[in-house]
Design a protein around this ligand. Structure first.
Ligand code: HEC
Ligand code: HEC
Ligand code: HEC
Ligand code: HEC
Ligand code: HEC
Ligand code: HEC
Ligand code: HEC
Length: 394
């Protein structure tokens, strides 16, 4: 895959990518905090820094915090590292990324003549794997034709987009943002039960996943602790240690159990401690055959480690506020906390990895069933590999 200039991705299910927003961000102000501050129950992320500086600072570079951002200058974030600013569909049809005075554009050329262009407004995805971009058309955020893929440092047709067709009008709706942002209001018009129009309220968009997206509104918590500086026990905020394992796992599954479960009510209001089954319909999913992509929750809960222990949950291995990903050695230490001396055969023990890397054998990369890649000029599909969270003997 590496080195290939053109890559066409076929995503048959969601998770892919995409799109975004912008404008009005050109002021450089943090809309997120402005919007939150006007709601009396929210305190706004900036208020957390005075009492939780360590967490606040490391969270700035966390992928969750950067999973959606406005394009407020000429920066496309990792998208600027692309080896080439062109993408050719065929000898007649090509696209270019163009920086101009008033912004950055994706422009379509047919036989050297410019047909149309659209402005980059919003980035979705931290760029760890990919960034998909959106362009505002009135109150609709429309996914742009080209997505940036970090591992191959290339632009390629956005997942789900047909190979030789230019199509800028796929909306990035509220559902994407429920997992990739902290808030977005929608204006829906109906005639009876028929939805006649559905638009985002642009000014309501709060980018990134912020502190209160996970912890819930903290206005009262902040007010209390400002007035009671000697109180060392947290008040008016869900206490993580007091939650059940299901509540702990739900706090991550709200975004890490895929997008197949029908939404009963918007997950923007879901917070730590809530019961996810009240937000996403549990009964109508085929949980039996989860995918490595986006369904870490279902994979993990089918592991013996999860079933036979009462404590294992996402936080056992992941720290949510950190700005770096631990290496495989560090992850393996988490395994050894429960498995000091695994019963390995002599053959397994002969493998040099066995003392320091449990992951490659017990959480190997697997092919996603819902996503595959198609390289230009090649027949057939290439697999998209992710680590399985079903910990087992393979
Ligand atoms: C149910 C939650 C959910 C929904 C809905 C969702 N995503 Fe994602 N998305 C995720 C998670 C979780 C990841 C990273 C982990 C993974 O791939 O398993 C991700 C990864 C991504 C990435 C790669 C980011 C990176 O750099 O690693 C992009 C881009 C993206 N999503 C865009 C979109 C777009 C566009 C939509 C709407 C069409 C969307 N997502 C809908 C949860 C969601
Ligand atoms: C005036 C000080 C102050 C401010 C501002 C503040 N907190 Fe706290 N917070 C505390 C104190 C004190 C504790 C208890 C000690 C600790 O856990 O650090 C606490 C604990 C917490 C906890 C831990 C709950 C648990 O599981 O034990 C969370 C979560 C939290 N705060 C979130 C926030 C968020 C989010 C913000 C910003 C919106 C915020 N705090 C702003 C003082 C503050
Ligand atoms: C993706 C969800 C998520 C986001 C976003 C998030 N937290 Fe947390 N936070 C958690 C979870 C889960 C725990 C409990 C596990 C732990 O301690 O790591 C926690 C624990 C805490 C604690 C108590 C434990 C400790 O380490 O002191 C504080 C304080 C806190 N968070 C503050 C914040 C602040 C401030 C922000 C924003 C800068 C923030 N959190 C963003 C999920 C989140
Ligand atoms: C509001 C939605 C949301 C919640 C809640 C959430 N995540 Fe995520 N998480 C995402 C998205 C979206 C991504 C992909 C971010 C990107 O790269 O753009 C992600 C990425 C990750 C990654 C990959 C990080 C990396 O650097 O490879 C881990 C690990 C993760 N989340 C763990 C957790 C855990 C643990 C929790 C619960 C405490 C949690 N998440 C809660 C949406 C969420
Ligand atoms: C919270 C404790 C805990 C952690 C952390 C943990 N496990 Fe386990 N694991 C268990 C328990 C309990 C079992 C079931 C043992 C039994 O059935 O006797 C188990 C079973 C297993 C099995 C046997 C699986 C099977 O299907 O028979 C393997 C392999 C395994 N764990 C590997 C790992 C690896 C690798 C890690 C780190 C990525 C890990 N475990 C982390 C508790 C844990
Ligand atoms: C026993 C340890 C362990 C537990 C528990 C665990 N993870 Fe992971 N997770 C890992 C390891 C190891 C990786 C691979 C890291 C790497 O390759 O750098 C990973 C990677 C990820 C990624 C990045 C996607 C990918 O495939 O590269 C996401 C997202 C994630 N975990 C979310 C979760 C969520 C959500 C939970 C809870 C439902 C969870 N994890 C529970 C160990 C764990
Ligand atoms: C080279 C691949 C490999 C590596 C590396 C590896 N394992 Fe295993 N593991 C296996 C195989 C294969 C089995 C089945 C028994 C056997 O044939 O050795 C197994 C069995 C297990 C079991 C089930 C037996 C039991 O003790 O209940 C556990 C738990 C386990 N491994 C944990 C770990 C941990 C923890 C690490 C890292 C310190 C690790 N493994 C590293 C391949 C590996």
């Amino acid at each position: 895959m590496r080195g290939s200039k053109r890559l066409l991705l076929i995503f048959t299910a969601i998770a892919g990518l995409i799109v975004l927003f912008s404008q009005c961000m050109d002021t450089g102000k943090h809309t997120a905090d402005v919007a939150l501050a006007t709601d009396s129950s929210f305190a706004g992320t900036k208020t957390c820094v005075q009492c939780h500086k360590g967490i606040y600072d490391s969270y700035l570079n966390n992928v969750h915090n950067n999973t959606s951002r406005p394009i407020s200058s000429h920066s496309l974030f990792q998208g600027d590292s692309a080896a080439s600013t062109e993408y050719s569909f065929n000898e007649h049809l090509k696209m270019k990324i163009e920086k101009r005075g008033n912004g950055v554009f994706q422009a379509v050329y047919v036989d050297g003549e410019k047909l149309i262009d659209r402005k980059f407004d919003v980035a979705i995805g931290s760029g760890k794997d990919a960034i998909t971009y959106g362009s505002w058309k009135k109150n609709n955020l429309q996914q742009m034709q080209l997505t940036y893929f970090s591992r191959i440092k290339s632009w390629a047709n956005s997942p789900g987009y047909a190979d030789q067709r230019i199509y800028f009008s796929r909306n990035i709706g509220s559902r994407c943002l429920q997992c990739h942002a902290s808030y977005a209001d929608e204006k829906i018009e109906k005639s009876g039960i028929l939805i006649t129009s559905q638009e985002l309220v642009k000014s309501s968009l709060v980018y990134g996943i912020n502190c209160e997206r996970c912890h819930g509104p903290a206005g009262k918590h902040v007010e209390f602790h400002i007035n009671n500086p000697n109180e060392k026990v947290a008040k008016y905020i869900a206490l993580y240690q007091s939650l059940s394992r299901k509540q702990k796992v739900d706090a991550c599954s709200v975004c890490h159990s895929g997008s197949d479960r029908p939404v009963l009510k918007t997950t923007f209001t879901f917070k730590l401690g809530d019961n996810l089954d009240e937000y996403l319909d549990k009964n109508s999913v085929a949980e039996a055959d989860p995918d490595v992509h986006g369904q870490q929750n279902q994979m993990l809960s089918s592991s013996q480690c999860y079933i036979k222990s009462s404590t294992l949950n996402c936080i056992t291995c992941h720290s949510v506020h950190d700005d770096k990903v631990p290496g495989l050695t560090l992850y393996s230490k988490k395994c050894m906390n429960c498995h000091q001396v695994p019963k390995h055969s002599d053959k397994t023990l002969a493998n040099a990895m066995v003392k320091t890397n449990c992951i490659d054998c017990h959480m190997p990369f697997q092919k996603s069933k819902v996503i595959s890649f198609k390289l230009a000029g090649k027949k057939g599909l290439d697999p998209y590999l992710l680590r399985t969270h079903k910990i087992a003997v393979y």
